[in-house]
Design a protein around this ligand. Structure first.
Ligand SMILES: [Mg+2]
Length: 151
């Protein structure tokens, strides 16, 4: 099965002022509905089962498929963690064998600035204040549609 993957941060993306934001969740749903993308957590929320459950609950309520995993904590930066997942994710931990069609990261930390070489054409920046906006949705869908050769 070929999949589009979104590496998703939570704070400043879906969670604004420490609360899950309904508009941001709906905007994320628009992205996944249009791209069939599945979500891998890159946020530090991945570290806490209670936080992951909170995300799963929000996803279930709005109709987003469950996350398929989360990045590890190897490497120096979040980009290292994402790239490690892309090359080392373990099909045995996932229901079906998957091939990655394309991927993007959505984060309020500027990962493109941090690592332009690896994040070029794979990154959408959000603001801590607004999270995922309509503009984020357009940009994410554009990146998935323009680049389909994988990574
Ligand atoms: Mg953040």
């Amino acid at each position: 099965m070929e999949l589009n993957i979104i590496f998703l941060d939570i704070d400043g993306v879906l969670c604004l002022n420490r609360r899950m934001n309904q508009v941001c969740l709906e905007n994320l749903k628009t992205i996944v509905d249009n791209t069939s993308a599945r979500i891998v957590l890159s946020s530090s929320w991945k570290l806490f089962p209670k936080s992951r459950r909170q995300i799963e609950t929000s996803f279930r309520e709005i109709g987003i498929d469950p996350i398929i995993g989360w990045t590890c904590t190897r490497g120096k930066t979040r980009v290292d963690e994402i790239c490690y997942w892309l090359t080392n994710f373990d099909n045995k931990t996932i229901d079906d064998d998957i091939l990655i069609k394309n991927w993007i990261a959505i984060d309020d930390m500027d990962l493109l600035k941090l690592d332009p070489k690896r994040m070029q054409d794979h990154f959408v920046l959000t603001s801590e204040e607004h999270g995922i906006t309509k503009e984020t949705v357009q940009e994410a869908i554009r990146l998935f549609s323009e680049r389909t050769e994988g990574f």
